[in-house]
Design a protein around this ligand. Structure first.
Ligand code: ZN
Length: 480
């Protein structure tokens, strides 16, 4: 028990996070600065995230493709804001095969440029539009300060890239993909994210508009968990992505890009974890149920394992991801703590008495102690477990939503009060969107604008920072 304990969230959330990542077996340290090794348990969680998104992308007509890791450096220089935004973070290959390269290659920080170049070849006529491509890939951004999953030098993600005939179609696509991210986050990751538009200052380099989903973590900081950009015609002009319209006239395309990364793993950890460890939503958990057999000797072990084999097969057949913890050298108490740490939604215990009574014990991760434990019949167990998993999934979303709503406060015309709020919560307020106001707020409070939420009533008020007229409300919070 003592070896498993983690630092309490209330004492040092950041330390808690780092401990959980390693103790829950999601990742390991890597010899490369700023990189991590994603271990099988963490990778299965990522695969579940991938699966949920990939299905949604395909349902909305997108196809997967793969582009090279290396991008000619000159490509990045074609879009001025883009190269300026990314150049401090670039890793550049100048020597390969023992020779200096004539033109250096950039290790992709994102692929707008190389995909834009391909699009310019692929798109000729309005009949080629829309072009809807997604890529699952790794990217590299040379970050100064890194945290496992949240910000690593190399990370995994998907990047969608699309081209359209009109601004409105590109905007509709941008918002559709934002909606898909939100739907996934809410309904599978049980994180009640807020959809919104980023301020000018927080916009993607080269984009017309950037939208994001923002989630509240247990330390009340915000985590941007997915972004969708309407790139306007900036990249299309830089890469000559044009088409011939119905009237035989040449038109410039409108493009979008959108991405969600392994950062989502960090979001799941920080939105749901507690002082006992990780807490995984059933829809994403690599193991939804762990079976812990309890037998003190060989006499007991025989009948217990026979029941375990039957139950395991029955749950598997019902589509439940079940894991049997059969480690002979570990005591049940150790196993209970271990799986609690690793966030498995349901623990199923079965001992000799349960075999006699045709029962099992089910303990749910989201309700601690005796309250979360029930003894149930082995008859109809798969149905009962599926119901329990659905209940846990709903409860986790409910808890996260209540926590979020309790920690967002509306503030109007009172900068002093605003400063107090963002010290330890989110503020919702009128914001004019100016760079100066954003910079002042950041300097005074360390909080930054998260987004102008899409879901807001029309109206106007006075900007919290400058007092000038503002027509939109924004969330402010400290952020990762
Ligand atoms: Zn202002």
């Amino acid at each position: 028990m003592a070896s498993q304990a983690v630092t309490a969230q209330s004492i040092d959330f950041s330390k808690w996070y780092n401990e959980i990542v390693y103790k829950a077996d999601l990742a390991d340290h890597s010899p490369v600065r700023g990189c991590i090794i994603i271990k099988p348990y963490g990778y299965e969680l990522w695969e579940a995230i991938k699966g949920g998104l990939d299905r949604r992308f395909k349902e909305t007509g997108h196809q997967n493709a793969y582009f090279p890791l290396f991008i000619p450096k000159s490509y990045l220089e074609r879009e001025a804001e883009h190269v300026e935004g990314f150049s401090p973070e670039l890793a550049v290959v100048t020597i390969a095969g023992g020779k200096e390269l004539e033109e250096p290659y950039v290790v992709r920080p994102t692929s707008e440029t190389i995909i834009g170049e391909a699009f310019s070849q692929w798109i000729q006529s309005y009949r080629d539009l829309p072009l809807l491509i997604n890529q699952w890939a790794n990217v590299v951004r040379w970050e100064m300060r890194t945290r496992p999953f949240l910000r690593t030098t190399e990370f995994l993600w998907q990047e969608g890239h699309t081209a359209h005939a009109t601004h409105d179609e590109a905007e509709a696509e941008t918002l559709q993909m934002l909606g898909i991210y939100a739907d996934f986050a809410i309904n599978e990751a049980a994180i009640p994210v807020i959809k919104g538009r980023k301020s000018e200052q927080e916009r993607f380099p080269g984009a017309l508009r950037t939208y994001s989903i923002e989630g509240m973590m247990r330390d009340k900081k915000a985590l941007q968990s997915g972004t969708s950009h309407n790139l306007g015609q900036n990249f299309a002009k830089a890469f000559d992505i044009t088409y011939v319209d119905e009237n035989n006239e040449i038109q410039v395309c409108w493009t979008t890009s959108w991405g969600l990364s392994t950062r989502m793993v960090g979001a799941v950890v920080m939105a749901h974890g507690d002082d006992q460890g990780l807490q995984l939503p059933p829809k994403l958990a690599p193991y939804q149920v762990v079976i812990v057999p309890i037998a003190r000797n060989d006499n007991e072990r025989g009948p217990v394992m026979e029941a375990v084999g039957r139950i395991r097969a029955e749950l598997k057949a019902a589509g439940i991801r079940v894991h049997l913890d059969n480690r002979p050298d570990k005591m049940p108490g150790f196993k209970f703590n271990d799986w609690e740490m690793r966030g498995v939604p349901v623990r199923l215990e079965i001992g000799p008495k349960d075999v006699q009574n045709n029962s099992v014990a089910l303990a749910r991760r989201d309700v601690p102690g005796k309250e979360g434990k029930q003894f149930v019949s082995q008859d109809g167990l798969a149905v009962r477990v599926n119901d329990l998993l659905a209940d846990i999934q709903a409860n986790m979303l409910r808890q996260a939503t209540e926590f979020r709503d309790a920690n967002i406060h509306w503030v109007e015309d009172d900068y002093g009060r605003f400063r107090e709020i963002v010290a330890d919560a989110w503020a919702y307020t009128w914001f004019c969107g100016d760079a100066e106001c954003e910079a002042k707020i950041k300097a005074d409070t360390q909080a930054v604008s998260r987004c102008f939420p899409l879901d807001q009533e029309p109206g106007e008020g006075r900007c919290i920072a400058c007092g000038n007229r503002a027509t939109e409300r924004a969330y402010f919070a400290k952020a990762y």
